[in-house]
Design a protein around this ligand. Structure first.
Ligand SMILES: [Mg+2]
Length: 334
């Protein structure tokens, strides 16, 4: 059997069966945004790790070393945000092809270090080795949450508001613009391109959701709304309804959509790497939580509702109801 027949999540399912958990302090292993370990009566340790491979996740000729480094850390911080945590420490491992010069590699670490400083994350170590072909960066990040504030993927309740902490589809549009190498459009579309190259982890929104006591489940959108909402639904045993008219669509996204003749709704529903949070919030408390986010200079946008069953539906602007089928990123199928 080949990996592409199994898919990324089929593969993870098979190896999970081989990863036995012995410690009673482990609250979550494989299957949430972070592993979650109880370290005191009041506190949980969060651990997450992500790997980025040249030509799979990034292209050295399309972006700066600094932005590659920053993004490698940002995607991990986003997983800490999804669990409602405060990031603490990072470990950076890197496999380096011999053609890369030291100044370039220092810039890569500058990118990591600048974002780490912004969130007061300490870089404590890692590993370095030679690579025979591509550059590979693996970062592990730890974080902390109070254990009554930890956010999981599996707690959504029927009737909960589905909210996102920022617009979707910008990163996917930015990637398509970069791949099609439209030099003239780089300036105009820089907000979309930057959304792809320099995502910002939504740590403060994660903390607001965690402290609110009204957030029943959360995940960060790395693979796309349809896939990541699918994880919340599956793990919470619910279905979901999304209202197209509530999905924010920036004018710049419409413009890119016309120019590239790609339907912007495809980017919004299935494009990944926006790294905004997707949350299930008790309906009675939604306005209050949204206000807290707004006061912190962040946002929470209501886009739908969790419902009974297991199906995800999209109510189109026309009123037509269509199935929302997960078709976001899968590493072994895409
Ligand atoms: Mg995640």
């Amino acid at each position: 059997m080949l990996l592409r027949d199994l898919g990324e999540f089929g593969f993870i399912g098979r190896i999970s069966a081989l990863c036995k958990i012995h410690g009673s302090d482990v609250i979550r292993g494989i299957g949430d945004d972070c592993a979650i370990i109880k370290i005191s009566p009041h506190e949980n340790l969060l651990i997450t790790t992500d790997i980025m491979v040249e030509r799979v996740h990034f292209q050295i000729n399309l972006q700066t070393a600094r932005s590659i480094g920053a993004k490698a850390l940002a995607v991990n911080l986003s997983d800490i945000a999804a669990c409602g945590g405060t990031p603490k420490q990072a470990f950076v491992s890197i496999a380096i092809p011999e053609h890369l010069d030291v100044a370039w590699l220092e810039d890569l670490y500058r990118g990591i270090s600048e974002l780490a400083a912004e969130f007061e994350v300490d870089i404590l170590g890692g590993d370095t080795t030679r690579s025979l072909t591509d550059l590979v960066i693996n970062i592990l990040v730890t974080g902390l949450t109070r254990n009554d504030e930890t956010l999981f993927r599996n707690g959504a309740q029927q009737g909960d508001v589905i909210a996102i902490s920022g617009p979707l589809g910008h990163s996917a549009a930015g990637l398509e613009l970069l791949q099609k190498q439209r030099e003239s459009s780089t300036q105009i579309y820089s907000p979309l391109i930057n959304a792809h190259l320099q995502p910002k982890p939504h740590i403060s929104v994660g903390r607001i959701l965690a402290e609110s006591g009204a957030c029943n489940a959360a995940i960060d959108i790395s693979d796309g709304l349809s896939s990541d909402l699918g994880h919340l639904c599956k793990q919470s045993g619910l279905g979901a309804t999304i209202f197209e008219e509530t999905l924010p669509v920036a004018e710049l996204l419409r413009q890119a959509s016309r120019e590239l003749t790609t339907d912007y709704l495809e980017w919004i529903l299935h494009g990944g790497e926006d790294y905004v949070l997707l949350a299930a919030i008790r309906p009675q408390k939604f306005r209050e939580v949204k206000l807290a986010a707004t006061e912190a200079g962040a946002d929470l946008i209501e886009i739908g509702q969790f419902v009974s069953g297991s199906e995800m539906k999209l109510i189109k602007k026309s009123g037509i109801v269509v199935d929302l089928v997960p078709k976001g990123w899968d590493h072994f199928r895409s």
